[in-house]
Ligand binder design. Sequence first.
Ligand SMILES: [Zn+2]
Length: 173
Amino acid sequence: MWIRRGVRQDPGRDLSSFAASADIAAVRAAIEAARGAGDDVPIGAVVLAPDGTPLASARNAREELGDPTAHAEILALRAASKIYGDGWRLEGCTLAVTLEPCTMCAGALVMARVAKLVFGAWEPKTGAVGSLWDVVRDRRLSHRAEVVGGVLETECAALLEDFFHGQRGNRTG
Ligand SMILES: [Zn+2]
C-alpha cells in the first residue's frame, strides 16, 4: 500500500508533532477539497495567501480530465495564480496538500515560488519532498520552501485507504 501509518522514517525530516493550528486548518481544507473525487484518487490541495486567506482549492482530476498533469497541487496553483495579484508568482503563499507531492508538483511549487508546503500523508513510493527525493529543499536551488509534513497524517492516509479498499482489484493508482 501507499501509506505507512504513523511511521516516522527519517530523523532528518521536518516532522510535525507540533504542527501549528494554521497548518492543521490548511490540511483540513485540503481534505475537504479531496472529497467527491469520483474515479480519481482522492487527493486535495489548497493555496493560501501570505495572510492565510484561501485563494484556491482543487482535487486530483487526472481521470476526470484525462490529463496526466491534473494533480490537485497543479490545479490549485493554476487557479491561485489567476486570482493572486502577482502574475504567476505565488511568493509568500502556502500550499497545503493531503499527500506528499510527486516530482512534478514539487517542481511546480518551487517554480511558483511558494513559501511553504504543508502536507498530510507521506508517500514512500513517489514522494519528492523527503521520501524518494527532496526536490523542494535541494540546496542548489535559490528558492527553497519551508516544509511541514505529516500533518493530520492518519486522516489523509485514511482517505486513500478507503478509496483503494473500495477499488481493490480495479486499479493500481
Ligand atoms: Zn503531483
